[in-house]
Structure formats: C-alpha cells, structure tokens
Write a protein that binds this ligand. Structure first.
Ligand code: SF4
Length: 351
C-alpha cells in the first residue's frame, strides 16, 4: 500500500477516505490542493475535519531528491531516490520562451531494451515504476519549473525505460497528471515515446487518451535498427510505422519520429532517402536528435554525433521530399543530459 498521495487515483482516495469514516467528497479537494501545490502537503486552507488533517500527515511522499544538476541553459536534471533506495531521473528543460518549460520523466528503473547508444542500458533493468512514482517525477520537475519562474507546458515519457513495457502504470500516471481535478497539465501536452513496441502502440491506440505518440526509429532499415536497438528488432520498421498509422488514424494526433544521428551509422544520404521514402505518404513529423556521447557502448562501439554538414544534408533530403523535419535543440549540454547519465555518475561517486 502506498504512503503517498501521488499513489492514489481520485476514486481510490475517495474509497480510502470513506473506509476511514470521512466523506469521500474530501478526496477531490485534498488531491487538487496536493497537485496545485506541486506535492506540498499543505491543506490548511481546506477546512478539513481536524482528524483528517492529522491523518494526512501520514501520506508524506516517500520519494526524495538525491541529486540535482543545473545547466547553463536553465535545464535541470533531478535524481529521485525511491522508497526502496533505487534512483530514477527526471528533467526540466528550459524552453526558448523565458516563461515556459518542458519535462521528461522515466517509466522504469533501468531498462531492458539494450539500445546500444544509451547510458541507461548499461545498468540493465531493475523494475517498473508505479504510477505514483511517475507522478512524483512530474511534481518534482514542475516545482523546478516554478522555481525558475517557468510554467511546465509539456511532458514526455522519454527518460529511463520503455514506457510500452509498463503501459498500464504509465497510462494511469498520465490520467493523474493530465486530468483537470489533479495535475491539470492537459492531455495534448503529454507524449509517450517508444522504441517501437507494436503491441504497446496498439494498446495505447485502444486506450484512446488523446495524448501524443513518439516513435524512436533511429534507422530506416531493419538491419541498422537491429544493431542499434537489439531488443527492438522483434518488430520490423514497416510494422512499427503501420502501428503508428493506426494510432494517428484513431487519435488524430500527428506522430513524431525520433531519429538520433550517429556518425557513419545512420546518417548517410541513402539512409536519408530511405527515411524520406518511408514517410512519403505519411503526415508524421521527424525530430532529428544530436547525439550526447555516453562512452563505450555494450557492443564495444564508441558512437559519435554526426557533424553539422552531414546533419544539414540529412535534414535537406527529408525536407525536399516534403517531410516535416526539424533538429531538436540540444539542452543541458554541460550536464549529464542523456538519459541514465546522472544516475550513472551518482552511482560512480558512491563507489
Ligand atoms: S534509449 Fe530508451 S528504450 Fe533504449 S535502452 Fe535507453 S532508456 Fe531503454
């Protein structure tokens, strides 16, 4: 049983209060105040029964900030220590606009996907996060945004872990974060990202939550993808894009294709043309990412980011073919910005 308010849906908390002899109507007011205060346990203004106010003290979060890194561009990365001592990362990214921010949260502790260019993969998979633990990350980065005078406007599930392998908890977290009476972020402000787990994409289509989907493709052909995303090779590029088509058709939300440019691996003109051909009759948007080096990979490779000239040429091929493509602005370059890096650095200092 959870000991934090982030661990409850509104219905669950109403049932809990009822079981303790309180009016279930207090649940909505308490949770609203909790989320509006970004996790603050201050219910003084609610005029609750004294016994309930006392009891609420027992619901203090069991998650704490273990480390924090701030970059020159305003990006802040936080490492949260969970009740079992494990740690997980979340990031508040400063947007160009001085009063807005974007957030990134993790869905698992570690990751089983083994993507060869990713720092998270090196520690392997430890466990799934609960919906409440994802909500705590959202609250932590919304606090960071507020401290910086910014408003958290969007949230992506793109940190540690593969959200589709913990989809029930991810979608429950989304319900709490996006919905009006709780996190109030808005459904369209939330994106769930996947390396291309087809049944997960279909389950998300079925859930029909009006949120965005991002697919990390990283290669236009199955052979290169198998090298970069070994666990993802279970699903062919064509099947992944077909699932993304189904999501787009049902939700009406344009799917984002993430493509991290790696020097000499997936950045050739041929690969740009291949990707352009795949997207020819699709209205998907391409985000080209610049690689943040994470050291020697599991397979022994030392990946490097694509140089500017090659990256521009890749972008031009896509644009000339009619695709909507952009570079995603790298953020937090002067901190351990790629997912898993702060956690790895914190673990190293403990040794
Ligand atoms: S890139 Fe994402 S899915 Fe792949 S290993 Fe890293 S955290 Fe897991």
């Amino acid at each position: 049983m959870t000991t934090a308010l982030s661990g409850f849906s509104q219905e669950e908390f109403a049932r809990h209060l009822s079981g303790r002899g309180y009016k279930p109507v207090h649940a909505a007011r308490v949770l609203r105040a909790f989320y509006d205060g970004n996790g603050a346990m201050d219910f003084g203004g609610l005029k609750l029964p004294m016994a309930l106010t006392e009891e609420l003290r027992g619901f203090a979060p069991d998650v704490a900030i273990a480390a924090r890194q701030a970059a020159a561009d305003g990006t802040v990365k936080v490492l949260l220590k969970l009740a079992d001592g494990r740690t997980v990362e979340a990031v508040m990214m400063a947007n160009f606009s001085p009063d807005s921010a974007a957030g990134c949260v993790s869905s698992q502790v570690g990751c089983a996907m083994g993507c060869d260019f990713c720092a998270t993969t090196k520690t392997g998979f430890e466990r799934n996060l609960s919906a409440g633990e994802m909500v705590e990350q959202f609250l932590a980065i919304r606090r960071e945004a507020a401290l910086a005078g910014r408003r958290l406007q969007t949230l992506v599930f793109m940190g540690m872990g593969e959200p589709m392998l913990n989809l029930d908890a991810v979608l429950e977290a989304v319900r709490r974060i996006a919905s009006n009476g709780m996190g109030n972020l808005g459904w369209r402000q939330v994106t769930v990202s996947t390396v291309g787990i087809v049944p997960g994409i279909d389950a998300m289509t079925e859930a029909d939550l009006n949120i965005h989907l991002a697919v990390s493709l990283h290669a236009p052909d199955d052979a290169t993808r198998a090298r970069l995303l070994p666990a993802g090779k279970r699903f062919r590029v064509d099947d992944i894009l077909a699932a993304a088509d189904r999501y787009q058709a049902k939700s009406g939300r344009i799917v984002t294709i993430q493509y991290c440019l790696l020097k000499g691996v997936n950045d050739s003109p041929e690969q740009a043309h291949q990707l352009a051909a795949l997207l020819k009759n699709r209205r998907m948007h391409v985000n080209l990412l610049r690689y943040n080096p994470t050291g020697i990979s599991l397979s022994g490779a030392a990946y490097e980011g694509t140089d500017d000239e090659t990256a521009d040429a890749f972008l031009n091929v896509l644009r000339k073919s009619g695709a909507v493509a952009h570079f995603r602005r790298p953020r937090g370059r002067d901190i351990d910005a790629a997912c898993g890096q702060l956690r790895a650095a914190a673990d190293k200092t403990k040794q």
